[in-house]
Write a protein that binds this ligand. Structure first.
Ligand SMILES: O=C(O)C[C@H]1C=CC(=O)O1
Length: 96
């Protein structure tokens, strides 16, 4: 199943810079691992915001839930999820 996920990061202003850098490094490694596995299919920065729009390709909503809950930045994120289905005009075979 494909899901569109929007994540907005709100790191507390009083978090030490080193702690934030450590969490961001863990987040990057986790994200890139999931991208290598094909579960995190796309990630785009939303211009001007500390937000991304991503496409996940997972078995079901429960798998997505577990992946999102394990994000190192999860405690500092607002997340919105939309389930996607194939558009009848799509020419891409992997849009499902
Ligand atoms: O920067 C972000 O948008 C938040 C998060 C998502 C992937 C990653 O490496 O960081």
């Amino acid at each position: 199943m494909l899901f569109k996920v929007e994540m907005t990061v709100n790191i507390p202003l009083d978090m030490p810079v080193e702690t934030a850098a450590e969490i961001k490094a863990k987040e990057k490694a986790y994200s890139q691992q999931l991208q290598q596995e094909g579960k995190w299919r796309h990630i785009w920065r939303i211009a001007g915001l500390y937000s991304n729009v991503s496409i996940f390709d997972v078995k079901d909503a429960e798998e997505l839930h577990n992946l999102l809950m394990a994000l190192p930045l999860y405690p500092y994120m607002d997340i919105n999820v939309d389930a996607l289905c194939r558009h009848p005009s799509s020419i891409r075979n992997d849009d499902k």
